[in-house]
Structure formats: structure tokens, C-alpha cells
Design a protein around this ligand. Structure first.
Ligand code: ADP
Ligand code: MG
Length: 237
């Protein structure tokens, strides 16, 4: 197995809008793959399609040599895929611990849940400290880390991140990126969608650029020096 995930000719239409239009790409095991592109270019729809949060029009999704195209989300989680949605989507009127328990909803074995919870608390000591606090009492950066922890409790092999740095202070943003790098170093493959394109290309092994639902360009870190990419996505920097 070379690829952790392979997406072939995926399309998702909303009425006449081809949100994702015949996209093919692959994600190597143990690597970070970035998806960048302007607002409305189909990045979130692509991730939601992989995680079966919306019904696709056509295409095939392979995960570790298995066709997962039609699998419901809870089965995808059991297969080893987790999703950290855009806007974090933590349950603000539940406690930190309850949020993590929600993440573990596909796991029946209480011992496994406890073990995974302990692992997550080891990685995020502040969450252990604040486990009985309401999620709304956390800062934006802490809520993002909670959303990441909620995915990690599922013990995934691949995590899909949708705009994890959106709306965060530079300091919180750095913490989130550092955490993603750390998670990847521990062996978890990553797909990251980012409006902070430069940072995403920097940490990614491979980047795909989406434009109007299509993959317009792909490349490695040399995209950092690509004139067109710099002008359009890095504000000319
Ligand atoms: P991005 O994440 O790159 O900003 P999206 O995947 O959110 O882009 O959106 C891609 C396109 O699909 C946009 O034109 C958007 O308006 C449209 N779209 C997304 N979700 C829906 C929906 N639930 N209903 C109708 N159109 C949608
Ligand atoms: Mg989006």
C-alpha cells in the first residue's frame, strides 16, 4: 500500500453548481497533504464528501486498498478516518470531557475509551485540567485543540482538518499547526484544508490547489516559490 487515501474522479453538485468537479488526488501514508484554494472552490465539500457527510454525484474513494465510497460516517471512523470540521463545532454547552466522550461514540468498549481518553489527556494536559468546564469557557484556540482531541480519541490513521487556523490569533494558530505537525510525526496521515495557504504549503509534503471544484495545480514545497501561487494565495509575499 503506497496510498492511504485515493480519490478518483469525485464530483459533487448542488443543483447547477459543480462544487467538486471530477477531482482525483491521493494521500501518501504518514504524510501531510494540503488543499488550498479560494473561498467557494470546493475544499469543504471535498472533505465532507470523503467523510460521507454529503452524498456524492460520482467518483470512487479508496482507503488503504478498500473501497469506502458508500460507507456511512461511523464506519469510516471505525476504518480509521477522523474529521475536524470547519468552525470547530464543539458542543459549547457540554463539558470538555463530554465533548471528548461524544468523539468516542463509535467505540463500544469502555476500557478502550478510557485508554484513549488518557492518551488524549497526556497530549493535552490543559484539557484534563479543564475536563469539567463548559467548552464555551475555552478560548478559540483551546476549542480548536479540543476539536482535534475529539478526533484523536477515535485513534485515527488519517485526519481531515478543515480550516483549523480560521479565526485564531497568531499565537493560537502556531500552537494548532505545531500540534498537527506533532500528530503527523507520531504516524497519523493528514489532509489539511487551509486559507492560510503559505503555512499549509510549508508543512505539507504535497499540496493540491483547487479552483472552481477542479484541481488546478499540484506540487511540493517548491510551490512556496511559485510566482502565480505567491501572487494569488500568499498576497504577493
Ligand atoms: P470552500 O470550502 O472551498 O470555501 P465549499 O466547499 O464550501 O468551498 O463550497 C463550494 C461551492 O459549493 C460553493 O459555490 C458553495 O456555494 C456551494 N455549496 C457548498 N455547500 C452547499 C450547500 N449545502 N448547498 C448548496 N451549495 C453549496
Ligand atoms: Mg470551506
Amino acid at each position: 500500500m503506497i496510498y492511504m487515501l485515493r480519490v478518483d474522479n469525485l464530483s459533487k453538485h448542488f443543483g447547477g453548481v459543480k462544487a467538486v468537479n471530477d477531482c482525483s488526488f491521493s494521500v501518501k501514508k504518514g504524510k501531510i497533504t494540503a488543499l488550498i484554494g479560494p473561498n467557494g472552490s470546493g475544499k469543504s465539500t471535498l472533505l465532507k464528501s470523503i467523510f460521507n457527510l454529503c452524498e456524492i454525484h460520482s467518483g470512487k474513494i479508496m482507503f488503504k486498498d478498500k473501497d469506502i465510497t458508500k460507507l456511512p460516517t461511523h464506519d469510516l471512523i471505525e476504518e480509521g478516518i477522523s474529521f475536524v470540521p470547519q468552525g470547530r463545532q464543539v458542543f459549547s454547552d457540554l463539558s470538555v470531557r463530554e465533548n471528548l466522550e461524544m468523539g468516542a461514540y463509535t467505540i463500544a468498549d469502555k476500557e478502550v475509551i478510557k485508554r484513549n481518553m488518557d492518551e488524549v489527556f497526556k497530549k493535552f494536559p490543559f484539557l484534563k485540567e479543564k475536563q469539567n468546564d463548559y467548552a464555551f469557557s475555552l478560548s478559540g484556540g483551546q476549542q480548536q485543540l479540543l476539536a482535534i482531541a475529539r478526533a484523536l480519541i477515535q485513534d485515527p490513521e488519517l485526519i481531515l482538518f478543515d480550516e483549523p487556523s480560521l479565526g485564531l490569533s497568531p499565537k493560537a494558530m502556531k500552537e494548532v499547526f505545531d500540534k498537527i505537525i506533532e500528530i503527523n510525526k507520531e504516524g497519523i496521515s493528514v489532509i489539511i484544508v487551509e486559507q492560510n495557504a503559505k503555512q499549509a504549503v510549508k508543512i505539507a509534503n504535497r499540496t493540491y490547489v483547487l479552483e472552481q471544484g477542479k484541481i488546478a495545480l499540484e506540487g511540493g514545497k517548491k510551490l512556496l516559490h511559485d510566482k502565480k501561487i505567491k501572487n494569488i494565495y500568499f498576497g504577493g509575499e
